[in-house]
Design a protein around this ligand. Structure first.
Ligand code: PSU
Ligand code: MN
Length: 306
């Protein structure tokens, strides 16, 4: 496996000396936001993690190598190529490696690669989940199964209402994945602070979250943990406005017969267009907010491990 794993010198040293490291995904760069905001956001997220005293590790597949700690040039390349970079979830990894080509990693594949490198904390915007209408389409993201089996904590802003949030929470429960609300009992809905659903545990400090994850590991319970961090109030969107636009995007996707791995990128793009970039501005801010929290948790976790 080492043959296919390329960890940057900085990340390698940080891991070897027990310093806090935060993993970051690359599908959000290539398929989650337009250029150039995607590259600006990814680079700013890395800066935020550093300012917090942790080391960022953006993960992607570059020339068939599972790359942990992409360079600024690689991030720029992934952002510029956008949808021309293959979206890589767990099942896709071996094919992209075999072809020695490039891939943007989703939450599922980023978790897997982070775990190979020994990184425990991962910050992103939103996870994939159970899509609306999944009773018929069976469209359930591989992110949920990855959370069930890979020991990486994912810090996100909840689930977007392009998904069926209630069913996503049910699916996580079945898979033994706990959802922690940071400073809230309410499951956040990405663009808004509340979804109407409850989280499993409310924890109010990064130290408590790190401690719970540490205990999970010590108990031999495999799998991740989902930390849902509500978007800061000043950047939250009006829920009627955003949900109306999401509704329209979902209908359009159905009409066009979009399915499989294209669904999520299509919906993200459509919502950004329908809201004239307003949702993109909120999206960027919530990612920054998650990077800050993930860094604080990674620092606490590093302190416990020592
Ligand atoms: N949700 C977002 N932004 C994203 C994604 C989801 O708000 O960029 C990306 C993540 O990489 C996530 C993936 O892992 O979409 C889920 O895709 P799918 O539903 O096809 O599993
Ligand atoms: Mn899907």
């Amino acid at each position: 496996m080492k043959r296919f794993l390329k960890i940057s010198e900085e990340v390698r040293q940080a891991l070897a000396s027990g310093k806090p490291v935060v993993a970051l995904e690359s599908t959000i760069i290539s398929h989650g936001m337009p250029y150039p905001q995607n590259v600006e956001t990814a680079l700013t997220v890395e800066k935020i993690v550093r300012e917090k005293g942790a080391i960022p590790a953006t993960i992607a597949i570059i020339n068939g190598m599972l790359t942990v700690g992409c360079t600024a040039e690689e991030i720029d390349y992934l952002g510029k190529k956008g949808h021309d970079v293959i979206k890589v979830s767990r099942r896709d990894i071996p094919f992209i490696v075999a072809k020695k080509t490039d891939g943007a990693t989703t939450v599922a594949s980023t978790m897997y690669i982070a775990s190979l490198a020994g990184i425990k904390v991962f910050a992103t915007g939103g996870i994939g989940g159970v899509h609306r209408g999944a009773e018929k389409t069976m469209d359930i993201s591989a992110d949920l199964d990855e959370l069930a089996q890979t020991s990486v904590m994912v810090v996100c802003a909840g689930a977007k209402s392009i998904l069926d949030i209630g069913l996503t929470l049910e699916c996580l429960e079945t898979r033994g994945v706990a959802v922690v609300g940071y400073g809230t009992q309410d499951m956040p809905a990405f663009y808004t602070q509340k979804s109407g659903f409850k989280v499993d545990y409310r924890l109010d400090t990064p130290a408590e979250i790190a401690r719970a994850f540490y205990c999970k590991e010590q108990l031999g319970l495999k799998g991740g943990m989902l930390v849902a961090n509500p978007i800061p109030d000043e950047y939250a969107m009006d829920s009627d406005y955003i949900n109306g636009n999401i509704e329209e995007a979902v209908k359009e996707a159905e009409k066009l017969g979009i399915h499989g791995k294209e669904t999520t990128p299509y919906l993200l793009d459509k919502i950004q267009k329908l809201t004239f970039g307003q949702s993109l501005a909120s999206n960027i801010q919530l990612v920054y907010n998650n990077a800050r929290l993930a860094s604080d948790i990674a620092k606490e976790l590093a302190a416990i491990a020592q």
